[in-house]
Design a protein around this ligand. Structure first.
Ligand SMILES: [Zn+2]
Length: 99
């Protein structure tokens, strides 16, 4: 991982420019080794599961996220709209405006 000294953004080792501020990482980046706790990868692989129903997948992922933790969801456009609707149901976000 390359941390941008200008803005603090975490970039991939293969990035040449900062994904946040656009700085040339050769000048502003600091390469940082990511320490993965022992057994983490094995445990994560064991716990990984495919959940076909997106609502259930969302609930399962939320249940597995520690309080104050961060849940990152990579979704295509249609699943993103469904997730947005679920978050709207909970009052977390407003309605997504569509043209
Ligand atoms: Zn930056």
């Amino acid at each position: 991982m390359i941390v941008c000294r200008k803005c603090g953004f975490h970039n991939a080792d293969s990035d040449d420019f900062c994904g946040s501020c656009g700085s040339f990482l050769e000048f502003t980046g600091e390469k940082v080794a990511v320490k993965v706790p022992e057994g983490f990868a094995a445990q994560a692989e064991q716990e990984a599961a495919v959940v076909a129903d997106r609502r259930r997948a969302f609930e399962t992922a939320l249940a597995g996220t520690l309080p104050g933790g961060q849940l990152t969801i990579l979704a295509g456009y249609t699943p993103m709209l469904e997730l947005r609707a679920l978050m709207h149901e909970r009052g977390w976000v407003g309605r997504l405006r569509e043209a």
